[in-house]
Design a protein around this ligand. Sequence first.
Ligand code: NAD
Length: 428
Amino acid sequence: MNALNGENVIVGWEDHQLYRNVLSLMEAAGEQIQLDPNVYERLSKPRRCLYVSIPVRMDDGSIRTFDGFRVHHNTTLGPAKGGIRYHPDVNLAETSALAMLMTLKNSLVRLPLGGAKGGIRCDPSKLSRREKQSLTRRYTSEIFMFIGPDKDIPAPDIGTDQQTMAWVMDTYSAQTGFAVPGVVTGKPIEIGGSLGRLDATGRGVVYTVIEAAKRLNMELTENTTVAVQGFGNVGYHSAKIISSVGCKLVAVSDVSGGVYNAGGLDAGELRDWIAQNKAIKGFPKGDAITNEELLELPVDILIPAALSGQITVSNARNIQCKILAEGANGPTTSEASQILNDKGIFTIPDILANAGGVIVSYFEWVQGMQSFFWSEKDVNNKLWEIISNAFNRTFEVHSQKKIDMRLAAFVASIEHISKAMLWRGFFP
Ligand code: NAD
């Protein structure tokens, strides 16, 4: 293990819980399909990892150096694709695990894209706009040789948004000498973003819930209760869209805590409150609850849309939902997942539930390359088509092999990518 700046930012892969979770699922999926051990060996490690140190002049005149990463896990199916995360817990192992999940997600939904992830270890809530801009531009400049429309296309993730993507695009374009919109997705519409991208991940979460409800013969009505953990891009849009299909949003939370109202909450009002008060804490139309309490509420649908490792052996037995739709990446540990299965909870795993974001990112990339833009209706219809096909593919494996949805998604994904890897072979 290496210590940089007194912190372990280059954490060994095997020491990271999410990395171990993904590996053990890949192994179990491999056993289901007699996966070539050489393919497993290659998939179990990232293709390449870049570490960068990022100096930033802070508003008080001092200079701080941040740690950043960009990882390409696999590029067999096409250019690497994955978000950039700004969070204090970012390290190499987490970034690599998330890149591995991106490979599997893109393969499951059959996009011609590989898997990548990036991140900077920082607390964006403590940075001014100017500091964030300097950080983003210097990071982009350091990873310049690693990214590009044919190589690796970043997108937003925790702590980053369309403004961050605009700065990445501008910095990349300035160094190239001309506008290169295809270098990132999740950009503002005015510089080549796609209609429907902002709410795509949340919309995809809801589309998979609709598919799951059909299979469970569960009607989605005003009596169907929903709790959402995390109220950022994924959480807010999931909450808003699931309310618009007629379900009752009863609890939401963010890093400051949560709010519960059995009579229902309005996602728009919560959004306005956060815009003024910076946090959900103190929202007057409901009772304050903790993040832990939110996860254990007796609701029909639970959508974790914040960090990984939220549902663990210590709380899994208390989870009471009928459908768990994983908006976040890796919110449930392997051991907890087993407990949920035993309780009969239907889990829509992350690589399926939150694939809407990368699907519409793919549309944005295609539109940018062709300089030909689609209507929002077209985007949402095509999203529905791709994500419901992926749901059906996963559900079929789940029913045929009598395995849970998470393992089924890994099987359906690895079957595809392993064939592609075997066709291509390797150099030399
Ligand atoms: P975001 O930064 O917009 O929002 C994150 C939310 O989580 C915020 O409301 C924050 O307050 C909350 N949060 C942070 N720490 C928390 C904690 N300890 N407990 C409860 N809430 C906490 O991020 P996002 O883009 O919405 O991403 C959320 C999750 O969805 C991540 O796991 C991300 O990898 C995944 N994801 C995002 C996208 C996307 O398109 N943005 C796509 C696929 C998956």
